[in-house]
Design a protein around this ligand. Structure first.
Ligand code: NAD
Ligand code: ZN
Length: 360
């Protein structure tokens, strides 16, 4: 490759300070060091976690940064010691690495690798995909089917695995069960899809935006409830609909109030509620009796998937038409339009906007 071992000057969307539009500018991407891979990003989508980072994370030492973590690309060059990947491989960068050596990687119970989060100061989640090129550690890359369309499977890099896995791996939704999914962005819709794949009989989709109802049916929701249509608390509405509460609930909003509602919507005795939405600003609260009565409250990152092992399989499931991906994409734009994509998400006008960064 003509560019190997050289600094690449390329375009990226830089976040200079909290809550300000990103600025498209030229950045320099260093050649990959030992165990690193430089990736040409082909497509990247905007996830709500990027917005949290921009709007909630006001620590000055988090800026400037390049956001973006839901992407797919092609290996441009590799650093010394990289044997599993070569230039030309199609890959999905992972915001949760998998070193395969730490205590957590060795346990089948979690995907939370000790080296999970990127260490580079300017990198967000160790990926920084709102850029034409990025450098990541080889622990944080999944090699995928060379035939996979990167402008679609980029969504498998976060939202789809996060929601789907939260239902299948974390909640362990059972056949014949009743589920409720709060929040119908890509993460929640993927959770609906996961509940359906696990054999749930009834899937109640909950969102304050009535425009999400149609989309939820596409992924398998049987009912749609808008909390704003009711004067009673949503947990009471769901309890009345289900003879005492749902078996499984998934919070895909990122609100401590909704987390509590999701827990309280579960049936006593065995109900399981999973927190998927992202926030770190406030404490949450609940009455102890909720748990004493036999409910379980748990959380999930990246759907519990171990990225290098499991992401290629999710891409295969899409290629085999066993997993929906195209249905999440409501808009296609270029990297220059990243601020428009962020505005769409802020106002609930999209499910996912894919930014086409480089030709495949
Ligand atoms: P999104 O903005 O596309 O969707 C959020 C949805 O929640 C919207 O449809 C909105 O109308 C709805 N909502 C807002 N308030 C609500 C309420 N009170 N009750 C019901 N619905 C409500 O976001 P997304 O990209 O789908 O992400 C969802 C959440 O998941 C975010 O918090 C994101 O940061 C988080 N996330 C977590 C992980 C993880 O690994 N745990 C990974 C990715 C994203
Ligand atoms: Zn994400």
């Amino acid at each position: 490759m003509a560019t190997a071992a050289k600094v690449i000057k390329c375009k990226a969307a830089v976040a200079w300070e909290p809550n300000k539009p990103l600025v498209i500018e030229e950045i320099e991407v260093a050649p990959p060091q030992a165990n690193e891979i430089r990736i040409k990003i082909v497509a990247t989508a905007v996830c709500h976690t990027d917005l949290h980072q921009l709007l909630e994370n006001t620590h000055e030492d988090c800026f400037p940064t390049v956001l973006g973590h839901e992407a797919a690309g092609i290996v441009e060059s590799v650093g010394p010691g990289v044997t599993e990947y070569k230039p030309g491989d199609k890959v999905i960068p992972l915001f949760i690495a998998q070193c395969r050596e730490c205590r957590f990687c060795k346990s089948p119970r979690t995907n939370q690798c000790d080296k999970a989060w990127g260490k580079k100061v300017l990198q967000f989640s160790g990926t920084s995909t709102f850029s034409e090129y990025t450098v990541v550690d080889q622990m944080a890359v999944a090699k995928i089917d060379p035939a996979a369309p990167l402008d679609k499977v980029c969504l498998i890099g976060c939202g789809i695995c996060t929601g789907y896995g939260a239902a299948v791996n974390t909640a362990k939704v059972e056949p014949g069960s009743t589920c409720a999914v709060f929040g119908l962005g890509a993460v929640g819709l993927a959770a609906v899809m996961g509940c359906k794949a696990a054999g749930a009989k009834r899937i109640i989709a909950v969102d304050i935006n009535p425009e999400k109802a149609e989309k939820a049916k596409v992924f398998g929701a049987t009912d749609f409830v808008n909390p704003k249509d009711h004067s009673k608390p949503i947990s009471q509405v769901l309890s009345e609909m289900t003879d005492g509460g749902v078996d499984f609930s998934l919070e895909c909003v990122g609100s401590v109030a909704v987390m509590r509602s999701a827990l309280e919507s579960c049936v006593k005795g065995w109900g399981v509620s999973v927190i998927v939405g992202w926030t770190d600003l406030e404490d949450f609260s609940a009455r102890p009796l909720q748990l004493i009565a036999g409910r379980t409250w748990k959380g999930s990152v990246f759907g519990g998937f171990k990225g290098r092992d499991d992401v290629p399989g999710m891409v295969k499931a899409y290629m085999d038409k066993k997993l929906k991906v195209d249905e999440f994409i409501t808009h296609n734009m270029t990297l220059d339009q990243v601020n428009d994509a962020i505005e769409l998400m802020k106002h609930g006008k999209c499910i996912r906007t894919v930014l086409n960064v480089s030709p495949q």
